[in-house]
Design a protein. Sequence first.
Length: 295
Amino acid sequence: MIKEGNPIIQTHYTADPTVLVHNQTVYLYTGHDDPPEGVDDYHMQDWLCFSSNDLVHWTEHPSPLKATDFQWASGDAYASKVVEYQGRFYWFVSVTHAGGPYKAIGLAVSDNPTGPFKDARGSALVTHDMLPATDNDKANLDPTVLIDEDGRAYLFWGNGQCYFAELNSDLTGLASPITVVDLPGFAEGAHIHKRNGIYYLSYGYGYPEKVAYAMSRNIQGPWEFKGILNEIAGNCATNRPAIIEFKGLDYFFYHNGALPGGGSHRRSVCVDRLFYDDNGAIRRVIMTTEGVQCE
């Protein structure tokens, strides 16, 4: 019997949520933890897509994208971000570049939020050799993108170090040099959003990962560290936040290892309410098994 509440997807192991609101429907895109029996390691080769009108009942759609849909990639479907822009849907992903071991950021595009998505460039958007000097082959992990009110688009990503660049007007290339964002305890799992003129940059903090966040009035920074947004997710060493507003309320998506057989390599996406104080700071999220209730 499948119970309502968290985790919200109980038919698959899911991880690294990215969430899009389109036409009063929430589209949830996740990584897909699928290690073989007896293997306790990352095995992620495609992404999954679900939709909901109430955040309680979810419809699964056919997998809209897999890592090897990028002919220049060898596999590994890591954390990602989907945005809507000028009537199309752009999916920024992290995969392993062919020949490895370096990770790279790719971009796929579709006319429909449920796909199918196709490689928008035929080559990686960000490769290891484009970064400030680093020997971290996982540096190009976990892209997140913000389309600002003026139409300009910005990309944040990284592992062990947070990187930042502006995207060009069609989102298919970089319009600025890659710079480093100085954030305390930055591990990975960046997520950028904006509310009432304030930019919020949340991310996996330390290890095992809590989620911390910083605020700024300017997308270029400086960023003011605000502290811990939520604590370590149960039975799981990693985390990756996603924050949305839907029907006038705010929500926080994350993953844990709560499903039977779950853990750091068999994760599960959850959602809870999120609240801001009068100054715009985020109140601490209390993770629950109940999740969002259908009203």
